[in-house]
Design a protein around this ligand. Sequence first.
Ligand code: ATP
Length: 484
Amino acid sequence: MFRETLYMTRRGAAPRARDPQRGGEAAGGEETPLLRGIFQIGKRSCDVVLSARQLRWSPIQPESRGGDSNMNLPCKEEFVEMKDIFSVKLKRRRFVGQKKGGVLLGITVFVCLKKENKLKDSAINFNNVSEDHCHSWFRCLKEILNGFPNRPKSLKVFVNPNSHKREATRVYYEQVAPLFKLADIKTDVAVTEYEGHALSLLKECELHSFDGVVCVGGDGSTSEIAHGLLLRAQMDAGRDTDHILSPVRAPLPLGIIPAGSTNVLAHTLHGINHAVTATLHIIMGYIQPVDICTFSSPSKLLRFGFSAMFGFGARTLALAEKHRWMPSNQRRDFAVIKTLASLKYADSKVQWHTIQGHFLNVSIMAIPCLCSMAPRGLAPNTRLNNGSMALIVVRNTSRAEFIKHLKRYASVKNQFNFPFVETYAVQEVKVQPRTKIGCNTEENVYLHATSAEGNYPWNIDGDLMEEASEVHYIVQEKNSCQVE
Ligand SMILES: Nc1ncnc2c1ncn2[C@@H]1O[C@H](COP(=O)(O)OP(=O)(O)OP(=O)(O)O)[C@@H](O)[C@H]1O
């Protein structure tokens, strides 16, 4: 497995602003005000000050008859950091159906609020009916917001209408698109029509005019698009796409809106499985480099991906795929139970140092892979961008012991603290199944069907891959495909 790095937006990372955000400090550390004026906020008239870094306001003290300010009223100053504001609009009173014009009421700023890992949008109204006053504030605020270099202006969006319960389109148009519009981000939306459609579009489409690519779907779609972006980068650089040793970086960041039945990638990246949070990460330009791997057979590159499982994790997926008519949760539980019932090992060789033996499962993960079944991650010992992958080898053991190990993923106990589980941090690994799997007659029928040419199933980011008997993984560092 090669390790590559994909840039993605991350949990709560603050963007670095251009000079206007940093400059403007008066002597003594005070920020130079760019504008100062009076607005009504809520029910109170406020003195509002805009600097490059902050928007501050405090209620104006009414004067007493004697001319002194009334000291009994609280005069708390409030502020919002410019780096937390993602949009500003002129606010007008309009009648139902009226699209243009209307009486000016003031300006509204839209702020990204953070509570633990969850992000949400919130509006603050600054009321003042003067056109000149509001226009100059609007222009100045806009100029500051335009100074954040990572914030996208134009995005290529892929929506998989079949993800989960066919909800991705609704998630996109109801939760994501309105926020992109509010942030003045232009979008070019492609609704995919079949598996592999996003990949073929990515191979051909003009990407220069975009600041990022967005995937609305589950892990399968995200992995396909990450693969497509990286493959496209190799093609554009004139590389041989069958044999990639040190790939060039992807040209654009990738944003992930979770809308699938499994959303391990979005969950791992944002710490939460939440479409609005993911959208705000994109809008705010929070970018996180993420490790990605190349998966190759002896003859060619199979794909770029984040995680791979061989053995139990792959056979469970292969079985689930055969029962796609079942609802997704039911299908997953059924496949886990059925695969456990006929648990078997694969006689394999794992090479970086070289271990061989009978393995129930081999996992190779470039990122921690958080999900509802494993809140700390399937590979909690690795990091998003640490330049190595977790190799987790589960040697043959009794079914009862293996189930104990699996149950620990959902608990706070260490799932690797068993004598039959070994974990390693690696940068490159080769996995070679040595004989046909297993010993259970009933399961062999199924296994023969999937490994008729001596191939074994692999679960790569939740996608089934049955092409290769031997797979070589290399983790790739600091690739320029971002996850937002
Ligand atoms: N219109 C389409 N019809 C069928 N499959 C599609 C379509 N568009 C994309 N796909 C494929 O569907 C696969 C699964 O999609 P995705 O991961 O978004 O959803 P999911 O609900 O998480 O899927 P799964 O149920 O497999 O976990 C992807 O590999 C993708 O290539």
